[in-house]
Every structure is written in C-alpha cells, then in structure tokens.
Design a protein around this ligand. Structure first.
Ligand code: B12
Ligand code: SF4
Ligand code: SF4
Length: 346
C-alpha cells in the first residue's frame, strides 16, 4: 500500500482525470454517543460537537418544523442520514466530488418561454457521476485492497452539502446550497464513503458575512431565515417534488412561481461568488434547444408519449407527466395579463 500522503494526492489526481472538478476529503469522527442525549444543545455553527451530532440536530429541527413538506422519505432514520458510520460500518473518510455544470448560454427571456433550472439544461447528472464514482472506487480498491467503499450521488442517505463543506469544497450559503470560491453556485455533488483513514482537507469557511442577496432574491420567501429553507414554499420543490394538482398549490404561491416550470435558480444566480464561474468542460451538461427555449403553449399541450420522448435522459422527467403539464399550465396562467379594470368616468 502506498503511503497515506501520496495516496491522497493520487486519489485526487485520479478523480480530476475522471472529470470531477472539485475533490476534497473529510474525516468521519468515530461513532459518538446517542445524539438524543445532546438534543438540547444549540444548533448554531459555533456548536463544537462532532459533525454527525450537529447534523442530526439540524435535520430533526428542520423536520419538526415540517419544512420538508411531502418529502416524507427524509423522515426515515435521521440518525443514519446524519452519521455515515451507520451507512457504512467502520467509515472513516469521505471523498467528496463536485462537477461544474455552468454553461454560458442564455435562457430565452421572451414572454412565451418557461424557465428551467440550469442543472437540468443538459442530460441527467446522476448516471454520469455514478459511473465515474464507480471508476474512482475501482481505483481505490486497486490501491488499498482491504478498503470498503460505498458511493452516492444525491439519492443516498447522506447530507452531501455538509460533508462537502467539511471536505473543503465550499460552504453552505444562506440559501442552504454549497458555494465554491472557484465554481460559485454551480457544483453538483457526489461522494465515496471509505473505511480508510485518508488525509483530510480543512473544512471550508463561511464567506457569506453580511450579504443576504439570496434571501432578498427569493420570490416566495422560502429562505425563512439564513440557512433555513421552508421547502414547501420553494419553487424547486413545488415544480419538481410536489405531486399535488394545480389547485392544491395556494394561489399566492402559484402567482409567484412566474414562468418557472422546472426548478428555480433565483437564489443561486444572484450570488456574488459566481463572478469566477467558468463554463464546464463536460459535454453532458450542454443545453438542448427545448431546455433553453421551452415554449409554454407547446409544452402544455404535449401528450404523455411526447413528454416521455422529449424528456428521455433528462432530469425534467422527475415531476412525471402530470406534474410537468401542471407546471406549464401555471406558467401559462401567469403569462396572461390580468383583466384590465373597467374605466370609470365618474
Ligand atoms: C431534499 C433536497 C432538496 C429539497 C430541499 C432543499 C434543502 N435545502 O434541503 C428541494 C426540493 C427544495 C431542493 C431544491 C434544490 N436542490 Co436539492 N437536494 C435535496 C437533497 C436530496 C437532500 C438535502 C437535505 O438533506 N435537506 C435536509 C436539510 C435538513 O439539510 P440541508 O439542506 O443540508 O440543510 C441544513 C444545512 O444547510 C444546515 N446547515 C446550514 N449551515 C450549516 C453549517 C454547518 C457547519 C453545518 C454542519 C450545517 C449547516 O442546516 C440546515 C437545516 O436547517 C440533496 C442531496 C443530498 N443527499 O444531500 C439535494 C441537493 C442539496 N440539491 C441540489 C440542488 C442543485 C438543488 C437546487 C439548486 C435545484 C434547482 N436549481 O432547482 C434547489 C436549491 C433550493 C435551495 N435553495 O436549497 C444539490 C446542491 C448542490 C450544491 N452546490 O449545494 C444537492 C446536493 C444534490 C446533488 N447531489 O448535487 N433540494
Ligand atoms: S430555489 Fe427559488 S424559490 Fe427556492 S429558495 Fe431559491 S429562490 Fe427561493
Ligand atoms: S448570495 Fe450572499 S448570502 Fe447568499 S450564498 Fe451568496 S454570499 Fe451567501
């Protein structure tokens, strides 16, 4: 086995050669005592208890306020979600990776067009990142035969942003997303849990300071306080995860959804740290004509077969046909100018 120091830099170089833009390593503390015993401790960043305990408190506090809406899968076993040693027994380090998905294309601003979040302009990132993480896992197994690993992209029971912060990739901004000084708002995350004790990076420092632009930019007031998102008010949740019908969404929220038909980038776009963002080298994330110019009237009249063929391999398939059409209908309603009030000659 190579020495730990050399190995860490080899792993990072290999990750970069596989197309990952950001790579960092976080150390996982030894399994700690039952987090319930420390549930009364403050949930502030100043809290110095081990990261899994802090995450457990943040997650349960968030769930208690019902900020997760209908995403009930987030309620399942919060202890496991906040402690990687409950996911991979003996987990000691996490290799966190980020992929830059920023492209310098400009979305259609015309009145007839809907708006799709940047991460969904190209092909779905899950399969791409999972395939590459598997290749990185194979490399780890060649280098350290006794290592055990498990990799995830998005859908695993891991609080990815917090581990990315711990691995030095960026910090959790006030909008609750990871911000990077190199890539701004535009990183997608994945990770490999390992049983090896790898050399850890320094955790990233929060650089938001007195800025609150993302909170002000949110059309629905979903960022209820810095670092706290009420997902039920978030347009990303409403257009991607929420399965209710058009009338199940409060009229006030429907109006504020504007022309956004899949996801929302308003709190990300405004962040001053995007100034250094460079276009991705990854062809997979290049937009397609319809994701850049989604014509609302055409989308609202798609049949299910057309929807399936148009969204093949795209993240935009996630809300299913019914959700997608609902979103297009809401955007169309928001496009119609309100009836002008009768002119009074009194
Ligand atoms: C559920 C989910 C959502 C939900 C809820 C979002 C949320 N903020 O929790 C909804 C559907 C709204 C959503 C929306 C989006 N999502 Co999402 N989502 C997830 C998912 C699956 C789980 C997140 C989670 O555990 N939430 C529960 C809460 C409790 O956890 P949390 O967000 O980590 O919040 C806590 C921390 O911020 C913590 N905290 C704050 N400061 C600090 C500081 C320290 C030191 C610590 C320890 C903790 C901490 O306190 C918060 C609790 O109040 C992750 C993937 C994953 N497995 O992690 C992707 C993920 C977060 N999503 C992602 C993306 C891209 C988005 C969107 C940008 C998509 C879009 N353009 O529409 C939006 C952004 C909306 C927003 N402002 O957050 C990316 C984010 C990448 C990045 N650079 O941050 C992820 C990581 C997926 C991925 N693999 O890349 N998402
Ligand atoms: S994604 Fe949109 S709705 Fe959600 S918090 Fe950000 S700005 Fe608000
Ligand atoms: S917009 Fe300002 S407050 Fe929000 S994440 Fe960026 S730096 Fe932090």
């Amino acid at each position: 086995m190579a020495s730990s120091l050399t190995l860490d830099s080899l792993i990072k170089a290999h990750a970069q050669s596989l197309g990952f833009d950001a790579v960092g390593i976080a150390r996982v503390p030894y399994p700690s005592s039952d987090p319930v015993s420390s549930s009364q401790a403050p949930i502030l960043n100043a809290d110095s208890s081990p990261l899994p305990q802090r995450l457990w408190r943040r997650l349960t506090h968030w769930l208690e306020q019902r900020f997760h809406g209908t995403m009930t899968w987030l309620e399942r076993d919060p202890q496991r979600r906040s402690d990687p040693t409950k996911v991979l027994s003996g987990c000691q380090s996490i290799i966190v990776v980020g992929m830059n998905y920023y492209t310098d294309h400009v979305a259609d601003e015309s009145k007839q067009a809907g708006r799709i979040a940047r991460y969904a302009w190209g092909k779905d990132y899950h399969d791409l990142m999972k395939t590459r993480l598997k290749q990185l896992e194979d490399y780890l197994h060649e280098q350290i035969p006794e290592i055990q690993t498990r990799s995830y992209v998005d859908t695993g029971p891991i609080m990815e942003k917090a581990w990315a912060q711990e691995a030095g990739i960026g910090w959790i901004g006030k909008h609750t997303n990871l911000v990077s000084t190199d890539y701004g708002s535009w990183l997608l995350l994945g990770e490999i849990l390992t049983t090896s004790e790898l050399e850890a990076d320094k955790p990233a420092i929060d650089l938001c300071e007195s800025c609150s632009l993302c909170i002000q930019a949110c059309p629905t007031g979903a960022i209820v306080e810095p670092y706290q998102l009420d997902a039920e008010r978030c347009i990303s949740y409403l257009t991607i995860e929420y399965r209710g019908s058009l009338t199940d969404i409060e009229p006030e929220l429907r109006k504020k959804m504007g022309n956004r038909i899949f996801g929302c980038d308003d709190c990300l776009d405004i962040c001053p740290f995007n100034i250094n963002a460079q276009p991705t080298r990854e062809p997979h994330f290049q937009p397609t004509p319809w994701t850049l110019h989604p014509q609302l009237s055409q989308l609202a009249s798609l049949n299910e077969e057309e929807f399936r063929s148009m969204t093949k391999g795209s993240p935009t398939r996630r809300p299913k046909y019914e959700g997608f059409i609902r979103n297009a209908e809401i955007a169309l309603q928001n496009q119609t100018p309100p009836p002008s009030s009768p002119v009074s000659f009194d």
